[in-house]
Design a protein around this ligand. Structure first.
Ligand code: NDP
Length: 476
């Protein structure tokens, strides 16, 4: 039997679908899973793709089934499991073999793994894969980090399995070592913000305008035909219109309001803070998930504090307000994406990656969870101005911000006055308002810092008095 051209370890949700995708595109693949039953089940259910798949029950058998030099995708639980799996695998590998971690790794782990193998005969690729189960099976967005040479060796198979946006494959080499996993992390951070903003708008429609789930679903359905057209808006419509098989009620009304998180949102925020770049939309979204998980505390607080005593939520013109909500969501989304790209731009400098912003936007247009028409507009903006300081000052996005931020202001004001929490939407407004203001208020902070800590300050007139006239003894 001819050898496989690629191997994959980990036949969980993502790995099994990715393996079927690889096999379907005409690539012969060897597969292995720690628990043998999963391999047997996977193969038994592989149908007409069986001929392209070599199921292996031991690591020795698995490695021997792949033609050297071997590309091996590791798609298992992120973290320590990956280190353990790599250690198990290493003794069987030989010169030129590539281990590809395709899970949701912290990019700092990827850097460490890459460095550990740098002087060996083996190579390491850290590869972010987005699109969930469906994407893995039919075309994910793939963000690759490692040496460019190692990417070229797997480019053909990755291109064959990646999602396509108007025939353009959503896969690219983005830079050395941790670049791919960093970009995947920020992708997920933006996804957190996108989802939270949608949830806040849903909250205004549900608790402010008192609309039913099905009615709100209609609104999202209409928006999905316009500028907000995206996978997340599309699934939100579907989620809102789905019925609970047990009660017949809208399923969304039966789902507990406690959101889970696995870490990529938090990592985005931590790295943004490390780099000194504001990512307030992502921060608000991560914090909102944390507050959501404090269900019992929130219920207790509602008993003590009550809901804000604001009376009825009123809007003068319901139709116009719903149109404002659409534009507000678009404006806030622009803020979150601008922040995400700014974080990547700073990281690119910090880690010497030379991240290609237009390419990142391009490979997010299809396959991944945040896929949307909007990302095509970002691609165009960054192609025209690859080194721009911030997405919102590109001509196209500046025009969009100017057109929609009034709606965002009205929506945030209405929500705040109506006692409805909109931390992510409000964060976008605060971001625009501070980013666009040439003269801010940090002069007071600098004065305070100089007063109590003699930190000094720069003057607006450039004169060289760097301390204030606070007087001795005042700054104790
Ligand atoms: P699953 O929980 O479905 O599968 C986990 C897999 O990891 C199983 O094959 C399991 O093997 C294996 N595994 C766990 N621990 C070890 C170990 N110590 N050594 C060897 N194998 C181990 O996970 P997913 O497929 O959902 O996720 C896999 C990776 O993909 C994760 O990093 C995840 O974050 C990432 N990812 C997931 C997405 C999703 O939508 N689900 C989207 C994008 C990325 P066994 O059968 O023996 O337990």
């Amino acid at each position: 039997m001819s050898q496989a051209e690629i191997g994959l370890i980990g036949l969980g949700v993502m790995g099994s679908n990715l393996a079927l995708n690889i096999a379907e595109k005409g690539n012969k693949i060897a597969v292995f899973n720690r628990t043998v039953e999963a391999t047997r089940k996977f193969y038994a259910e592989a149908g007409e793709l069986k001929g392209q798949i070599v199921p292996c029950e031991t690591i020795e058998e698995f490695v021997a089934a792949i033609r050297p030099p071997r590309p091996i995708i590791i798609m298992i639980r992120a973290g320590e499991a990956v280190d353990q799996q790599m250690e198990i695998l290493k003794p069987y590998l030989s010169k030129g073999d590539i281990m590809i971690d395709a899970g949701n790794a912290n990019f700092r782990d990827t850097m460490r793994r890459f460095d550990a193998l740098k002087d060996s005969e083996l190579t390491f690729i850290g590869m972010g894969v987005s699109g969930g189960e469906e994407g893995a099976r039919h075309g994910p967005s793939i963000m690759v980090g490692g040496t460019e040479e190692s990417y070229r060796r797997v480019e053909k198979v990755l291109t064959s399995i990646a999602a396509k946006y108007e025939n353009d494959p959503c896969v690219a080499w983005l830079g050395e070592n941790g670049a791919g996993h960093f970009v995947k992390t920020i992708h997920n951070g933006i996804e957190y913000a996108d989802m939270q903003m949608i949830a806040e708008i849903y909250g205004i429609l549900r608790d402010g305008l008192k609309m039913s789930a099905a009615e709100i679903g209609e609104v999202f359905g209409t928006w999905n035909k316009g500028r907000l057209n995206s996978y997340l808006i599309e699934i939100t419509e579907k989620v809102l219109k789905a019925a609970d098989p047990l009660t017949g009620k809208p399923i969304v009304d039966m789902i507990l309001d406690k959101a889970g998180q696995k870490g990529t949102g938090k990592w985005s925020v931590i790295e943004a803070q490390n780099l000194g770049i504001p990512a307030t939309g992502i921060e608000a979204a991560v914090a909102a998930r944390s507050i959501s998980s404090m269900k019992e505390e929130r219920e207790a607080a509602e008993k003590i504090l009550g809901l804000p005593p604001v009376g009825e939520f009123t809007v003068a013109d319901r139709e116009a307000f719903i149109e404002d909500l659409e534009n507000a969501l678009l404006a806030a989304k622009i803020g979150a994406y601008a922040q995400g790209f700014a974080v990547m731009s700073a990281a690119s400098k910090e880690f010497g990656w030379n991240l290609p912003m237009p390419t990142i936007a391009k490979i997010w247009r299809a396959g991944c969870i945040i896929r949307s028409q909007f990302l095509d507009e970002i691609t165009t903006a960054f192609t025209k101005a690859p080194d721009v300081a911030n997405l919102i000052v590109t001509p196209a996005f500046a025009a969009m911000v100017k057109e929609t931020d009034g709606a965002l202001r009205r929506v945030v004001s209405a929500a705040v006055l109506g006692g409805l929490p909109v931390p992510a939407l409000a964060s976008a407004l605060g971001y625009f308002d501070s980013y666009r203001r040439g003269r801010g208020t940090a002069n007071v902070i600098q004065a305070q810092r100089d007063f109590f800590g003699a930190h000094g300050f720069d003057r607006v007139d450039g004169a060289d008095s760097h301390h204030g006239p606070w007087g001795s003894g005042l700054n104790a």
